[in-house]
Design a protein around this ligand. Structure first.
Ligand SMILES: [Zn+2]
Ligand SMILES: [Zn+2]
Ligand SMILES: [Zn+2]
Length: 230
């Protein structure tokens, strides 16, 4: 867990703003990668601060460019780049640390921003909100054409979640769900013969129409009445 650079208080997993002293911490890239700012500005605009984003080079397998907002420390990844970064940063995770994942989930606090749709830094259309890996609890903003936006602190949370085996657990649960569904389907197929057994016949062994022989309640009552007055 990261600590505030200013007062050393522990930071919540999905926030970069210290709850004690209020200072903003650059936790996402610190300690993960050395990076350089290659260009001061791009055409891309921060959806939070509406200022130009910086292009930075993470230098993973050569040049690895992403955009970052200098003010709010949000990050923008082109399509596929976030997955590539995760792959490069987190290796050798073979099993899920349920304890750590629970800890990460329990430590979630509300994001630093109100829940609202924000604009794609490239095309300015509203992005959709997606829970990364279906269960990470990190809600990323996604433009299907251009990429994903992560608010400051979200990358760190995501990487910790992946390191703890969150993706593995997620996949496992997905597979279990699929198996359950298949099992249910198989049971339904097995049950078909029962539901297809024909309804009781309308005719008895001698070919008499059973339905027409059904006792007519009025006839019965009439017979009983006649028997009584006899
Ligand atoms: Zn602090
Ligand atoms: Zn910003
Ligand atoms: Zn876009």
């Amino acid at each position: 867990m990261a600590n505030c650079e200013n007062c050393s208080a522990p930071l919540p997993p999905n926030s970069i703003i210290c709850g004690y002293c209020g200072s903003r911490n650059d936790t996402d890239l610190k300690g993960i990668h050395r990076f350089t700012v290659t260009e001061p500005d791009t055409e891309r605009i921060c959806p939070r601060c509406t200022i130009s984003l910086q292009t930075i080079d993470l230098k993973i397998d050569g040049t690895f460019l992403i955009e970052r907002c200098e003010r709010c420390l949000g990050l923008f990844f082109d399509v596929g780049e976030l997955e590539a970064l995760i792959k490069a940063s987190v290796t050798h995770v073979y099993q899920a640390d349920r304890h750590r994942i629970t800890e990460l989930n329990n430590n979630l606090r509300n994001n630093d921003y109100p829940t609202a749709y924000i604009k794609c830094p490239v095309c300015s259309t509203m992005m959709s909100r997606v829970n990364f890996g279906a269960r990470s609890g990190v809600i990323i903003d996604r433009c299907p054409d251009h990429g994903v936006w992560l608010d400051g602190g979200e990358l760190r949370h995501l990487l910790e979640w992946v390191k703890a085996g969150g993706e593995i657990l997620s996949k496992k649960r997905e597979e279990e769900k699929k198996k359950d569904e298949e099992r249910l389907k198989a049971q339904k197929i097995r049950r078909v013969p029962y539901s297809q057994t024909p309804p009781p016949a309308d005719f008895d062994l001698f070919g008499h129409d059973i339905k027409s022989q059904a006792p007519d309640i009025f006839k019965v009552l009439y017979k009983v009445a006649r028997w009584l007055v006899r």
